[in-house]
Design a protein around this ligand. Sequence first.
Ligand SMILES: C[S@@+](CC[C@H](N)C(=O)[O-])C[C@H]1O[C@@H](n2cnc3c(N)ncnc32)[C@H](O)[C@@H]1O
Length: 313
Amino acid sequence: MANAHTLQFQEELKVDPLRREVDRIDWATVDLPDTWADHIDWTHLPDLRRVLRTLAGRERQRVRLPAQLPGSAWIPKYVLQEFHNLPNGNYSKSFSRGYAQGFDHAMLGSLKAGRRRVAEALSGAHCALDLGCGAGRQAAALREVGVGEVWGLDPSPYLLQHAARAYPQIQWVQGLAEDTGLADGQFDAVAVCFVFHELPPHYLRQALAELARITKPGARLAVLEPSPLQWSAGYRWLWRHHGWRGLYFRALARRAYEPFAGAWHQQDFAELLAEAGFTLLQEDTGCPFRFFFAQRTDDTVVNHPPQPSMDKS
Ligand SMILES: C[S@@+](CC[C@H](N)C(=O)[O-])C[C@H]1O[C@@H](n2cnc3c(N)ncnc32)[C@H](O)[C@@H]1O
């Protein structure tokens, strides 16, 4: 539910005249058009073959959007790929619903602890953003630790719809990490859960600059991303240090289509943060997560709570 501050803020939302208006769509009720992936005929062999080949990572096409879909004019091409081997990526009613439920299962339930860690790092914030919110679970975790005003932003209208229906008390907006359309200095905390590894390096830089713009001095940033261990360590090492889960997460990292994950793992994130005006205060790498905690560098430093250690089970 929107509070007075939010309503006032919504009035003040900036409009980018060159590109788009910040949406005021009610994502829970808006009638979204079907995409081709919603019309798969499971009894039609060519359809079935196409879906199975996509899910197995053997075939890939560009995501196609209906012209009347919100964002179809500005969602960039790098986003419109069949991430995670999903037919039409995050852009269909049916597969986005499956993804909203399946992502946590695919991560063997570990995301609950991961998201809780991100949320606890930001507890005490007044106004927090969940960047790349997907179906909204990280945003919900922020509410659970008592953050009063929570916003979630994602380019996919289909994921926003799942999020808005599940968590009506959160503000949902369509946008991009590198171009949120939100106003300067609104947030004192930002959560990012499994998003930065989906951005090409150039856009990651822009996204960090955008976060510096939309946060207040001293704002906290907590980031959870896949660990580089399951990306680069060998099966033998993973087996020795992380058992069958290590092997599983390595196989998952190799099978799921994530075209920018390799580039992400090679970047010096501390340096990128520093360039954008954030100081990295904590980083730890386990399996399957890598966690970062940073603060916007400024004269005003807010107190942050002590960091709980990650439950890696
Ligand atoms: C792996 S999902 C994670 C979703 C969510 N954070 C969670 O914890 O379940 C990645 C999300 O990033 C979103 N995304 C991809 N490119 C983006 C961009 N440029 N800006 C913002 N979000 C983006 C996708 O639409 C998707 O919802």
